[in-house]
Ligand binder design. Structure first.
Ligand code: MSP
Length: 647
């Protein structure tokens, strides 16, 4: 087995309908992992495809008056086109109607039959046609299918059974000995609970052609076709054999990504099939949660099925990719709403990353004629600058690459993203604290601008698996001419990789802001017409009274003031706000320490403590600055006691 390889799969999707957000979700997850592992320098094989046999597809084809294959040939194109649109970098696309797949499925069936792993039995049971599953009497709920609640029919027939039950103990041991075989842990416990408390039956793997002819004929009895799940699960094994362009053995897969509803078929059917055949088990099966839409289950009858094509056309691809993996922990259920997507686009994308890039490039254009300046040693502007550099320093224990790697290896996508956003927040704070547009020392300013541009370059690399277009766009605007799709993270993410003298090329805003008021006003009005509570349309820069109430403002009196060492902007103040606190304020250019002592001021008293130039600050003084740069602190109009609350 190749050590430096990474093989990831998605479920293969039924071609009974068009793709929806659920299909897009798993496939983008696999794409993030594939891109990340390529960045890490691994050989990657990323397989997706379509499940084209069985009752569901047969029925859908009949409804359209087509043969199942004609129908599949039409519908498969929707999936292929969507993957192009979503920037999916799958290495292969398997269709279970491929002759190479069918031949291999037949070979496996023959081998298992020859080994005595399959038996013919006469059988009677309750059959759910839409789910294509047999149930025992005690499984039924009020006489209906326990999964879809639809009526079942009693069927008596001869069939072939895979002797799954004999692998029950071996499977339990495998799951117990391999804690990351099934993830998340809650799902692993569910599967273990099920296996420990129930007797595993054998699996009916044939359907008589008289009842369903659309499938792969059993090699040892041509009156039957293969059960669709037995055929479909084998795609993970057959796909890389005939679809990869190398002779390297890709099996076993690192991750099978699946939705929670199809975990049992993977964890139990597929694992025991592999055991019977004597093949290794996949390293991991990860079951993700389901998306609801505006709080409701997605369904055709409600008419709320989310078409990923439409969302991408309206909000852009990377906003969609980002939202899916930032909003919800992979493994849990989540709720999709366009409004939530638009809000995140404005706050996290247009504001945080978009503004950061645009401010940085504007300053490089304005102060350095569009050339990235050389950093100057020993000219660190403040503690924040030191902290930012440490994050990107591979020798530092708290460096970003370690947490990012461990989050992505555990499929904690949202944590990896929030780690990056924490850094961006600190960088934005660093800009505010360094006030580069007022910096008089040339070398210090060069250092600030380099720190900003270099941070953005490295952030782009980490963003790449999630938002490849955006990462490429940042790359281009920073003036980098290498192809971001072919870089290796270990070589390129070290601090100092950005060459001084690089000509930046400021372009369009990364994410244009969405006018929430305009966009969602109509929907809100519609809500009202159906009696659902509709708030007054919101301006996107307005906050609610509850938001404002979170800020605690008090009157304080400045007891002492002194300059902060090595800083020409910061003053260290001791302020009494009902209790004594130390505040560091960037007002040294406007006020002398003597002027401030004894002044009554307005203080934000519930800010998280921060360190500025190594000095702890507990709160913030309110001050106003006008367009000419005049700075004035706010003082109460009457002589009021320190500690008085401002409401
Ligand atoms: N063909 C089988 C899989 C065989 S794999 C060997 C199948 N296909 S499917 O097209 O019905 O569904 C594929 C995937 O979509 C499943 O992983 C399922 O969990 C996922 N989703 C369907 N609806 C979903 C949501 N609302 N949200 C997230 N994923 C959902 O099953």
């Amino acid at each position: 087995m190749k050590k430096n390889k990474f093989y990831v799969t998605t479920p293969i999707y039924y071609v009974n309908d068009v793709p929806h957000i659920g299909h897009a979700y798993t496939t983008i997850a696999a794409d993030i992992l594939a891109r990340y592992n390529r960045l890490k320098g691994k050989d990657v094989f990323f397989l997706t495809g379509t499940d084209e046999h069985g009752q569901k597809v047969d029925k859908a084809a009949q409804e359209k008056g087509k043969s199942p294959k004609e129908h599949a040939d039409i519908l498969v194109e929707n999936f292929k086109a969507l993957w192009v649109k979503l920037n999916i970098t799958n290495d292969a696309f398997i269709r279970t109607t491929d002759s190479e797949h069918k031949e291999r499925v037949q070979a496996v069936l023959q081998e298992l039959w020859d080994k005595g792993e399959i038996e013919k039995r006469s059988y009677s049971g309750w059959y759910c046609t839409p789910d294509e599953r047999f149930w025992t009497e005690k499984d039924l709920v009020d006489g209906n299918c326990p999964e879809c609640n639809r009526p079942v029919e009693q069927i008596h027939e001869e069939n072939y059974f895979f002797l799954m039950s004999k692998y029950q103990d071996k499977l339990i041991k495998h799951i117990e000995n391999n804690p990351s075989f099934i993830l998340p842990e809650t799902r692993r416990n569910e599967v273990l609970g099920f296996l420990n408390n129930n007797e595993l039956g054998d699996l009916c793997i044939s359907r008589p052609k008289s009842r369903l002819s659309w499938g792969i004929t059993l090699p040892f009895d041509e009156v039957f076709v293969t059960y669709v799940w037995f055929d479909a699960l084998l795609n993970y094994y057959t796909g890389p054999i005939y679809l990869s362009d190398t002779d390297k053995p890709w099996w076993p897969a690192e991750h099978h990504l699946v939705g929670k509803d199809i975990l049992t078929t993977h964890a139990v059917y597929w694992s025991t099939m592999l055991m019977a055949r004597g093949w290794e088990l996949p390293k991991n099966i990860f079951a993700h949660g389901w998306w609801t839409v505006d709080g409701q289950k997605m369904s055709k009858s409600i008419g709320n099925v989310v078409d990923p094509n439409k969302i991408v056309d309206e909000y852009g691809l990377d906003a969609f990719r980002y939202f899916l993996f930032r909003e919800v922990t992979f493994g849990l259920d989540g709720n999709f709403s366009e409004e939530a997507l638009a809000k995140r686009t404005n706050s996290d994308l247009a504001n945080d990353i978009g503004n950061l890039l645009s401010r940085t490039l504007t300053m490089i254009d304005k102060y350095r004629g569009g050339s990235v300046p050389a950093p100057v040693n020993g000219k660190d502007r403040n503690d924040l600058e030191i902290k930012i550099k440490q994050w990107f320093d591979k020798n530092y224990t708290g460096n970003i690459s370690r947490s990012y790697d461990s989050f992505l290896e555990g499929l904690h996508f949202n944590n990896a993203l929030s780690e990056l956003w924490k850094i961006m927040a600190e960088i934005n704070e660093y800009i505010a604290a360094s006030v580069p547009w007022k910096e008089e020392d040339d070398e210090t300013l060069s250092n600030i601008l380099y720190t900003l541009a270099e941070s953005l370059r490295i952030i782009a690399i980490y963003l790449y698996p999630f938002m490849p277009d955006t990462a490429g766009n940042i790359w281009k605007q920073l003036g980098l001419d290498t192809d971001i799709n072919s870089i290796k993270i270990d070589e390129t993410s070290n601090w100092g990789g950005l060459k001084p003298g690089t000509r930046v090329q400021k372009g369009e805003a990364l994410f244009p802001r969405i006018d929430l008021k305009k966009k969602f006003k109509k929907e809100k009005t519609m809500d009202n017409t159906v009696g659902v509570h509709g708030d007054a349309p919101e301006k996107d820069n307005l906050i609610s009274i509850n938001d404002f109430a979170k800020v605690e403002l008090k009157i304080g009196i400045v007891l002492e003031a002194e300059p902060v060492e090595k800083s020409n902007k910061l003053l260290k103040l001791q302020v009494d706000t009902g209790e004594k606190r130390q505040i560091v304020a960037g007002i040294a250019k406007a006020y002398t320490p003597e002027e401030l002592t004894g002044k009554k001021v307005v203080v934000v008293t519930n800010l998280k403590p921060a360190k500025l130039m190594g000095v702890e600050s507990n709160g913030m003084l309110l001050a106003a600055t006008d367009s000419e740069g005049v700075l004035s602190i706010l003082i109460p109009e009457k002589d009021i006691n320190p500690g008085a609350s401002i409401r």
